[in-house]
Design a protein around this ligand. Structure first.
Ligand code: HEC
Length: 156
């Protein structure tokens, strides 16, 4: 019994070491994966709202409100915490983050604020009707693309 416990503990220690060793190779792997996940979640919810705005999907107050609430929730999570210095394109694997994020950090943070404001406006609009939702799309989509234009390397 005790032998098994020791063996188990040794294995757990090895596993933990393995994770640490991997992190040492690419210290930004987790943070890049996290921010990609947050961005992809927003893209999915924006897609739901966009589908209704274009009339491809029937407007549904509950799912529109849910999608808008999700974007607002993710937007509220965004900060420099997901963008540690050095996690930029060509320095961190899979990163398309441009170095200007750190050179112009105040502007980058202002674009996060713009996104939060647009998401908040969309929450009201999505709960109102499809015309309000349509009218709010430009501000919300614009907040995404304004930041991407300045701070995300386009995939070639
Ligand atoms: C404040 C800046 C900023 C805002 C606002 C922003 N993004 Fe991003 N986004 C980025 C950056 C920087 C990257 C590149 C991150 C990387 O590759 O590590 C990115 C990447 C992405 C990606 C690619 C993810 C991947 O797996 O490669 C998607 C999709 C995306 N954003 C969607 C959105 C949507 C939708 C919105 C608006 C609802 C939005 N983003 C708002 C900065 C922003």
């Amino acid at each position: 019994m005790q032998k098994r416990l020791i063996a188990f503990t040794a294995m757990a220690a090895l596993t933990a070491f393995g994770v640490l060793a991997q992190d040492a190779e690419d210290p930004f792997a987790d943070v890049v994966e996290t921010r990609h996940g947050l961005m992809l979640q927003m893209a999915s919810d924006l897609g739901t709202l966009g589908g209704m705005a274009k009339g491809e999907v029937a407007y549904d107050q509950a799912s529109a409100s849910k999608a808008a609430a999700n974007v607002a929730a993710v937007a509220s999570v965004l900060s420099m915490a997901q963008f540690p210095a050095g996690s930029e394109v060509e320095k961190a694997a899979d990163s398309f983050a441009l170095p200007d994020i750190w050179a112009k950090q105040d502007d980058f943070l202002a674009k996060i604020t713009d996104l939060n404001n647009a998401a908040s406006a969309m929450q009201t609009a999505a709960a109102t009707d499809v015309d309000a939702l349509k009218a709010s799309m430009a501000q919300l989509g614009g907040a995404c693309s304004a930041c991407h234009k300045a701070y995300r390397q386009p995939e070639s």
